[in-house]
Design a protein around this ligand. Structure first.
Ligand code: AMP
Length: 144
């Protein structure tokens, strides 16, 4: 299964944020959208990614620093992205190897979606259920 198929169902919307946004506002955005990561954009490009993990790490170190920081202070700038043509399997490998749970999807240098570990698990489950149904029908000789 290609990432493009997952995005067709999920949609291409990505919640983004500017690098100079105060952290408390970024936290409210995460809560408001019920998500775990924000892609940081500046101008036309991706400047970074900030996830709940970054906030937790900074807060565990120094809570008052967390409250006073801006997105640019805590974001990861070397963003790992994937193409909409990537296969689900390769996205799973990237997330596992890099220990990340969010992958912005890029096409022609433009942000065109976000895949989280939750989306990956959901898609993998659906595809294995479809395969099971097919195999059962094949073994039983019944049409699908
Ligand atoms: P996560 O598991 O996605 O919450 O992120 C764990 C750490 O990896 C955090 O420091 C994130 O900023 C960073 N991270 C998450 N996704 C990406 C990504 N696609 N590219 C680069 N860093 C990322």
């Amino acid at each position: 299964m290609k990432i493009r198929e997952i995005l067709r169902v999920k949609g291409a919307g990505v919640v983004t944020i500017a690098p100079d946004t105060p952290i408390p506002e970024a936290m409210r955005e995460l809560v408001r959208h019920n998500i775990g990561a924000l892609v940081v954009v500046e101008g036309d490009g991706i400047a970074g990614i900030i996830t709940e993990r970054d906030l937790l790490r900074a807060g565990a170190e120094d809570l008052s620093r967390l409250a006073a920081a801006r997105v640019a202070d805590l974001m990861t700038t070397a963003v790992v992205t994937a193409s909409a043509d990537a296969e689900l399997r390769s996205i799973m490998d990237t997330m596992t190897e890099r220990r990340i749970r969010h992958l912005p999807i890029v096409e022609d240098d433009k942000l065109c979606g976000m895949i989280s570990i939750g989306d990956v698990i959901n898609a993998a489950r659906q595809s294995s259920e479809a395969e099971n149904e097919y195999l059962h029908a094949y073994i039983a000789g019944t049409p699908l």
